[in-house]
Design a protein around this ligand. Structure first.
Ligand code: AOF
Ligand code: ZN
Length: 383
């Protein structure tokens, strides 16, 4: 990945990076809750003291800078603004944040990443620089390697630049990569602490995707069961080429409330489709030109078109393999229990037909932590 244009000024110092980390932490609070708008964090620091902070509001507004400036009042004069995304330059539903920072007398701005939205795309930086504000931007390769930064804006950037959401595949397995006994029994391989981590990943997503086999076998609700976040319900999406999803199942019952999406094909039964549509599913036909299977790239582009930036994939093994084989998994969240099932168990990932090691999907580990007796590891796709 190459770095964009240089905006002059010295690169961010170690002290700047630690303030950016604090701003990123703030931004994470609203991940998955700001609609099509990215969740941005802004911290204003004057003479070593925080004078204002803000995170993009739930639903996408107000913008982070506006909140931080409002809180700082006159103390913003002469301050440094630490922001996780280039301040906007367009007159949208709110006035441009770049103008707001200039008018408040901020004298330095440290930015984590530039905003690829064509209405901004460097114009925020140009405006700040033209007003004499000292600028520093993190180098892209440093963002990509940092566990606290690499995925923060990745959903928004992926949707704007590639037209599809950033895809996180979550797996919960034994040490030997099994998700169930041969009988299908799978509750519970990992413990409550790992499950809580899983619910936090749900809360930070715009949509949760499962294959129709998983929908039928587990009848999942895909809700966020964490204190304080129960009301936050990402969209539910079923990958279902033949419209097999149960109209009396939990996902169909909540289809309207969860703004559910059915990814399907022209080959699916028309009557089933109309019934599911009446139940509230948004029907997206995304078949391969050649056959009856769902085209994975087209399916993700359809979800991007619906405004989804961060997609969490929760199973099953065939869907996991389809997305991995198409190189569409950007992040892996792997929950591992310290147990083994053996070769008669069910694999987390279906057949990939890898013919040479050079073709294996490869990942870099970004983070890992203990969740009770289990381990949660986070990987990013190696590109
Ligand atoms: C900022 N600060 O906190 C966010 C920004 O529809 P609007 O007017 O709210 O503009 C949305 C665009 O603003 C969005 O696509 C992205 O480029 C930027 N988001 N910018 O300065 C913020 N959330
Ligand atoms: Zn703005």
């Amino acid at each position: 990945m190459t770095d964009g244009p240089s905006w002059g000024g010295a690169p961010p110092s170690l002290n700047d990076v630690s303030w950016l980390r604090a701003a990123a932490k703030l931004a994470r609070r609203h991940l998955g809750q700001t609609g099509e708008n990215p969740s941005v964090g802004c911290i204003l620091v004057n003479q070593g003291r925080v004078v204002g902070r803000g995170v993009t509001g739930i639903g996408g507004r107000p913008h982070a800078e506006a909140l931080a400036l409002e809180r700082a009042g006159p103390a913003a004069t002469g301050a440094t603004a630490y922001v996780t995304l280039e301040p906007c330059a367009h007159q949208g539903k709110t006035p441009p944040c770049a103008d707001h920072l200039i008018a408040a007398g901020v004298d330095r701005c440290v930015v984590l990443e530039c905003d690829p939205d064509p209405r901004v795309a460097g114009r925020g930086m140009l405006r700040l620089r033209a007003a004499g504000i000292d600028l520093a931007v993190m180098a892209q390769h440093s963002v990509e390697r940092d566990p606290q930064f690499w995925d923060l804006n990745a959903g928004f950037i992926s949707r704007i630049t590639a037209g599809r959401p950033f895809v996180t595949l979550k797996l919960a397995t034994t040490l030997d990569g099994k998700i169930a006994l041969a009988s299908g029994e799978s509750q519970w391989i990992t413990g409550p602490a790992a499950r809580r981590a899983g619910h936090l990943f749900r809360a930070q997503s715009d949509g949760i995707l499962v294959g129709s086999g998983t929908a039928l076998a587990d009848n999942p609700k895909l809700t966020v069961r964490l204190p304080g976040l129960e009301g936050h319900a990402p969209r539910t999406i079923v990958w279902d080429g033949q419209a097999r999803v149960d109209p009396d199942g939990a996902l169909a019952k909540a289809a309207a409330a969860r703004r559910a999406v059915l990814l399907t094909t022209e080959k699916a039964d028309g009557e089933k489709i109309s019934h599911l549509s009446e139940l509230g599913f948004d029907i997206q036909i995304v078949n391969h030109k050649a056959g009856r299977w769902i085209d994975p790239s087209a399916a993700l582009v359809a979800l991007g078109g619906l405004g989804l930036s961060r997609l969490l994939v929760e199973g099953g093994g065939r869907l996991a393999a389809t997305l991995l084989a198409a190189d569409l998994v950007d992040c892996l969240v792997w929950h591992r229990a310290a147990s083994v099932i053996g070769a008669d168990g069910i694999d987390a990932i279906g057949a990939l037909d890898v013919m040479a090691l050079a073709q294996m999907p490869r990942f870099h580990q970004m983070d890992a932590w203990a969740a009770g007796p289990d381990e949660v590891s986070l990987f990013r796709r190696a590109r």
